[in-house]
Design a protein around this ligand. Sequence first.
Ligand SMILES: Cc1cc2nc3c(=O)[nH]c(=O)nc-3n(C[C@H](O)[C@H](O)[C@H](O)COP(=O)(O)OP(=O)(O)OC[C@H]3O[C@@H](n4cnc5c(N)ncnc54)[C@H](O)[C@@H]3O)c2cc1C
Length: 232
Amino acid sequence: MYRNNGAGAFIVSRLSPQVALDDAETGGAVWADYDNDGWLDLYVPIIAPPIYLQALQDQFLAAGGLIEERVLDSLDKAAAEADLLVNCSGVGARKLADDAAVYPMRGQTMLLDAPDIALGYMDNLRVDHIFPRADGVLIGGVKLDGDWKRQLDPAIAADIVRRASKIEGGIAQAKVRREFAGLRPGREQVRLELEARPSGKAIIHNYGHGSVGYTLSWGCAEEVAALARDLA
Ligand SMILES: Cc1cc2nc3c(=O)[nH]c(=O)nc-3n(C[C@H](O)[C@H](O)[C@H](O)COP(=O)(O)OP(=O)(O)OC[C@H]3O[C@@H](n4cnc5c(N)ncnc54)[C@H](O)[C@@H]3O)c2cc1C
């Protein structure tokens, strides 16, 4: 939570821990006068994916869901085995759904031990960010269109630290807890639609969320559920 100090600046509010959601769910950003001083403060939810995704998986299993991991080489073969197939294969849809509009947007980030850093920072144009999270401080990043490399690139890591250090000087000395490289599923538009396959089976596609898959996830899931209900 960022408190508006009424003089053109925001500071991390001492109320932050009180308004944090401890059940790993998240919500939208909200402007409101939380401390009744006449200035609008800003509430920004930040999730730590390892905690959040584990919580979602726990809910799914507790509700009776089963997880089986395997590599699929055909949507039709998979659809034949199921009542309904929802294709959420991300960048894998380029091959699996034969969709040439899908491309990788490679990202790289680092999780630091930096408990003194409480203020978040984001520059969407340059993809630079500093996110204080429950599990450390995440810094990044890059967005390299068309790059399929999943390995970490030490030169990019060094550059991320250099850029973040210009904003928060202490970052250069912070211990690195983990480093991540990932492929965002790029596509000009999200593909969320029902497809009637020649086999007679229907498939719901839900992929291509690019840099904002977490942000869009609940809304897209509701649309998928509505399509599935219409089929029933
Ligand atoms: C560095 C970085 C920072 C990001 N920051 C944010 C952020 O701040 N906010 C935000 O909202 N989003 C962010 N994103 C984007 C977000 O991570 C993605 O949009 C999201 O993960 C997409 O989810 P998905 O489930 O559609 O695809 P994925 O998470 O890519 O999952 C697709 C799954 O399908 C599996 N799969 C693919 N093909 C096959 C196959 N043939 N057989 C079996 N399985 C297959 C893959 O193994 C994978 O498990 C970020 C991404 C990166 C890389």
